[in-house]
Design a protein around this ligand. Sequence first.
Ligand SMILES: Cc1ncc(COP(=O)(O)O)c(C=O)c1O
Length: 352
Amino acid sequence: MGHNLLMTQATLGEGNTPLVASHRIGPRLGLRRLLFKLEQCNPTGSYKDRFIAAEVTRVLAAGARGCVATSSGNTGSSLAAYAARYALPCAIVVNESAPSGKLVQMQAHGASLVRVRDFIDSAEVTQQVLATLSRMSQDGGLALIVSAYRHCPVGMAGVEPIGRELADALGAPPAHVFVPVGGGGLYSAVARGLEGSGARVHAVQPAGCLTVVAAWERGTTEIVPVRSATKISGLAVPFDIDAGRALEHLRACGGLGIPVEDPEVWTAQRLLLAEEGIYCEPAGAAALAGLLRALDGSRLGPSTLADEPVVCVVTGHGFKDPDSIAAAAAANPGVLLDAGELEAYLQARMAA
Ligand SMILES: Cc1ncc(COP(=O)(O)O)c(C=O)c1O
């Protein structure tokens, strides 16, 4: 096909995302060098654009006639955008409860969107869907897109620069990096990008879907499938896709496995909104929730972290999950006034 002759590098300007210093949370915790890597600044609002740019480049070069993908939302949002740009037909299978911000992205870009009952929550149903799509991709010239090394190693290599970008921006590798874990692909990519650098990359996973962290705590290599009970979109992957791989990296770099309850993640999301101006989806706040848990449980003493560069990877945008933002906004309703009432209202409000 034409693409083989002239290789198209698929891109929408992903990568090289900002690394910003914490202004309020870090100082309050006694951490002088807490930083946030803002992956929600990627073109479709999550780190998945790094994956999709690399994977779509591969798919175009292979001359596939289209793509079928599984997603909890962000892979689908990203694929839909890049597929629209490169005229690649795509169908995306998501779980029933995928957040509306992610679904409308897929629809607006013209992808075929299929929600499948019990997909993601149930390991069995998820494996059944994967088996169906794998078979179709083998038989019919369709590329199977799953954001994991197990299925798409070329795309996942596109995520690895996150680690290198951190070291470049800081002038040296960070001492500690906190990364949210769903299937474990993102964690593996960040750990690979920092391999041999001395950085400890910590894996933060919802307590309602502990695959990597449970095995890390048990001290075994076996990833036991679970029934996912977490509501954090993007982090509910109940069996081993890249979990075994992530676990190996976790042990090799001396990182911690940190479980967090869903309410801790929502609290961290609200802290980022209210104290750092960072508008992220819940999964994007999980890294901070893990840091708070690690400090609270004294697994990392604040004194050991005080002067070290500590990075939380913020993986997805607040626009993705309007319900979670609405819950945060509900505590702070606006008012409707006549113009004549404005000054008195503002005087009282700003004096408070
Ligand atoms: C915003 C966000 N953060 C983190 C993750 C977790 O990535 P992984 O499944 O590779 O562990 C995802 C995956 O969908 C995600 O969408």
